[in-house]
Unconditional design. Structure first.
Length: 407
């Protein structure tokens, strides 16, 4: 069989205020082309279809239009799980309708484990693939809160709950495999953070539990899994060095720190229970560039980029010693006659000065929640031990708010 592993589309995502529908539509068009060119029979989407739990109509239109177009492709099965950004109820609302098209959606954990175990059958109705479709596991899904529990106790229970869920569901799937055909390949999907996973600054990976309370070791997954398709981390990577346990990564850059980074989806070829993995490089549909230097260096690089006539989205870091009072105006004028757009200007000299003077030098919409919080800790000279406790408290508050948002 030929399968395709992708995740973290984040449809509806805004990039520094810019909508990305055209870019995301180009990716979905390209993905459909690859499914046809590579004769892909099974599509695996490991969570974070949407960027928020309340996606707009245009984001939902991209999603359903893509699923509709799959009907005319070689792809016979689609398996989709919910991620931490997705609304479980929104994903599952059309579940029974989509199942008639061999599109299997598991947005949440509820009821018996059988819901998360799929037997995919060929045209002759014989089983050809077993799938454990495990959505993002929320705190309430896998443990019961206890009175006066410590963060360490909560973290231990979370990790044990995640490991136990995978152990139980894979054991049940493996038992089913022995009854159907011991040579049947078993694929597991998941959406979580494995300890040691690589991230990039500002890449959008939500840290709902500060300190990695719910990160599990890469060796925690049952051996009976023949291929593990993970989502959540936006950089494609192997898990614990295992070529058949992988993150596909987000197909589009989620921050300027990913400018120029190769993005990919993973083409899988199975022969029995053996899987070969071949990355397919995703084209860059919207070029990004992050530039650093003093004013002269920035101007020179901007002119070099203008000569390429490429419609870059730019992030500029001014690192000169001189205070340039009209920096913003001069930089914006430099790109006025081009197809490039400046989305972010960071004046590091002004920032350093403002931090020392305990003054705000940037608008809040330029900063993440974590950046604002860290600035407050720095300005108020909070001791490191107190910082750790405050970060954990912030994580708890954000997790609570995120869960209320989903209800």
């Amino acid at each position: 069989m030929r399968l395709l592993h992708t995740s973290d589309w984040h449809l509806g995502h805004r990039f520094h205020g810019r909508m990305r529908q055209e870019e995301q539509a180009c990716f979905l068009d390209w993905l459909l082309e690859q499914i046809e060119l590579q004769a892909v029979e099974v599509l695996l989407v490991a969570g974070d279809i949407f960027d928020t739990t309340t996606p707009g109509s245009r984001a939902q239109s991209l999603y359903y239009r893509f699923l509709h177009r799959l009907a005319d492709s070689p792809c016979r099965h689609v398996v989709i799980i919910g991620g931490n950004h997705d609304s479980p109820s929104l994903l599952e609302a059309p579940r029974e309708l989509l199942r008639q098209l061999d599109i299997h959606v598991v947005g949440m954990v509820d009821g018996p484990l059988e819901k998360e175990i799929l037997v995919l059958r060929g045209n002759d109705n014989r089983p050809e693939l077993l799938v454990c479709a495990v959505p993002f596991l929320r705190d309430r899904d896998i443990r019961q809160a206890e009175v006066a529990e410590t963060l360490e106790e909560k973290g231990r229970q979370l990790r044990e709950g995640i490991r136990e869920h995978y152990r139980l569901i894979c054991a049940q799937a493996d038992q089913l495999r022995q009854a159907l055909d011991p040579a049947l390949p078993l694929v597991a999907l998941g959406h979580l953070f494995v300890a040691g996973g690589q991230t990039r600054e500002g890449d959008g990976v939500r840290e709902l539990s500060i300190g990695g309370l719910d990160r599990i070791e890469g060796t925690s997954f049952p051996e009976c899994i023949d291929y593990l398709a993970l989502g959540h981390l936006h950089i494609g990577q192997m898990v614990a060095g295992n070529p058949t346990r992988r993150y596909s990564g987000a197909p589009l850059a989620m921050s300027f720190s990913e400018a120029g980074l190769t993005k990919e989806v993973l083409l899988l070829t199975s022969e029995g229970r053996h899987f070969a993995v071949a990355p397919l490089q995703v084209p860059i549909f919207q070029p990004l560039a992050s530039l650093r230097g003093d004013l002269a260096a920035l101007m020179e690089t901007i002119n070099d980029l203008k000569a390429t006539a490429t419609p870059f989205w730019l992030e500029l870091h001014y690192e000169g010693e001189a205070v340039v009072t009209d920096l913003h105006e001069r930089l914006m004028a430099a790109v006025a006659d081009s197809s490039m757009n400046i989305l972010r200007i960071r004046n590091n000299r002004i920032f350093d000065y403002a931090l020392r003077q305990s003054q705000e030098a940037e608008t809040l919409d330029e900063l993440s929640v974590e950046e604002v919080f860290e600035r407050c800790l720095e300005v108020n000279r909070i001791e490191e031990e107190q910082r750790r406790l405050l970060r954990q408290t912030l994580g708890e508050l954000r997790q609570s708010l995120a869960q209320e948002e989903e209800l």
